[in-house]
Design a protein around this ligand. Structure first.
Ligand code: GLA
Length: 396
């Protein structure tokens, strides 16, 4: 039985127990994502190439006209109650803010929702850099679309869920996660041009490439503040470069030649941030070409270079993630590794030849445990189930 079927039936059982059988409940599902390459590029209008994964979040939802909201998170074993029209965000748990945010912004876009009962369930590690919050927002949107007979196109849904992060969670994220969760398809990565917001599906051949997600187990405590700080630094770099007589709208517009000219005239840490963005953008395009032409070793090399750039130039890595990447690269059949997502803890992603994946997993767990005295959680990515909603799941 797929995890979507078992998760949604467990969530439906919890829903019935807590909120009763009456009326009709609807289910929304969203996969999480890993970013294969192109980190912090959405903040700079560059390219990114994430992939939806076979872990995700489901929301079982029943709407009402009273305006009352009752929510329950199975992961946190926590309940939340509030009025949708009068929600005090600081008084409700983090996960419930996403439910409120999606409902309120959907309403602004024409969805007829008064209040609702909802149960949230999932198998995606929470706060680990694999987009648990984007998956929650997208799953909630899918459930609401079905429950309120309303529809929103994929790009608008992704933009709305990004706005939920900004306005209801205070994280000034880009749009990569929401687009990846909403549009991801089985056996494909998504190449996103974050300037035009065009997406294209890129085949990932499971007979050539296996991906492991390795959880450093380090909570991303600095994530929110440092993430927002990186965004501010990128904007400051654009301003500084403009002031030097190079009119660019964003760091996507910065070329290597321009950076060579202005790099020593701007603050050193801003020059490092710029170097990451310029080189990472080139790496995504090279990685896309490598994947398309089955050059997986080249792809792995680009992942390693991306990690080094995130560690040294963008400065978002931590020792444990660096250790996973170097441990992985010592293993036969591993082609590359890097931190994935915003960094400051969370997960690394490892690319291995399929015949080497099981051995790689054991060696990484062993090596990490020898160094840190605890075993990291490792997940081998399987085929995703796309985001969807309906009276019961999966629909396809
Ligand atoms: C987080 C954000 C994304 C993106 C990545 C870094 O996942 O939500 O928008 O900026 O970090 O690439």
């Amino acid at each position: 039985m797929s995890n979507v079927v078992s998760l949604s039936s467990d969530a439906a059982a919890a829903f019935r127990e807590r909120f009763g059988e009456s009326g009709s409940a609807h289910v929304g599902w969203s996969p999480g994502r890993v970013n294969l390459i192109g980190e912090y590029m959405d903040l700079n209008n560059g390219f990114a190439m994430p992939m939806a994964i076979d872990l995700g979040v489901c929301v079982v939802l029943r709407t009402n006209t009273t305006g009352d909201v009752r929510g329950y998170s199975m992961a946190f074993d926590e309940a939340a109650e509030f009025r949708l029209d009068d929600v005090a965000l600081e008084r409700i748990p983090g996960w419930a803010r996403y439910l409120a945010g999606v409902a309120l912004l959907s309403r602004e876009r024409g969805c007829d929702v008064g209040g609702f009962d909802a149960v949230v369930h999932g198998d995606l590690p929470i706060g680990g850099g694999v987009s648990s919050s984007a998956a929650l927002s997208i799953a909630m949107t899918m459930a609401l679309e079905s429950a309120a007979s309303w529809s929103i196109d994929a790009l608008s849904a992704a933009k709305m869920c990004q706005e939920v992060e900004h306005r209801f969670a205070g994280v000034m994220c880009g749009i990569m996660d929401q687009l990846a969760c909403r549009t991801g398809q089985p056996e494909h990565a998504v190449l996103i041009d974050c300037a035009s917001l065009e997406t294209s599906a890129v085949p990932v051949k499971s007979e050539l490439a296996s991906f492991l997600i390795v959880d450093s187990g380090v909570p991303r405590s600095l994530h929110q503040s440092e993430y927002n700080a990186r965004r501010t630094e990128c904007l400051a770099a654009v301003e500084a470069i403009n002031a030097l007589g190079h009119p660019i709208a964003d760091l996507r517009g910065l070329t290597a030649a321009m950076l060579a000219e202005v790099g020593s005239s701007i603050e050193p840490h801003l020059a490092r941030r710029c170097r990451h963005v310029v080189t990472e953008n080139e790496r995504v395009l090279s990685a896309h070409a490598a994947l398309t032409h089955d050059r997986l070793s080249d792809f792995g090399g680009l992942m390693n270079a991306s990690h080094a750039s995130l560690r040294d130039d963008f400065e978002v890595s931590i020792e444990e993630l660096d250790s996973i990447v170097s441990l992985a690269n010592e293993i036969d059949g591993v082609l590359g590794a890097r931190l994935t997502g915003a960094g400051f803890g969370g997960n690394a992603i490892v690319l291995a030849r399929p015949d080497a994946a099981v051995g790689a997993r054991e060696a990484i767990v062993g090596g990490f445990a020898a160094r840190y005295g605890r075993e990291p959680r490792v997940h081998r990515i399987g085929s995703t189930t796309p985001a969807q909603g309906g009276p019961s799941l999966p629909l396809r």
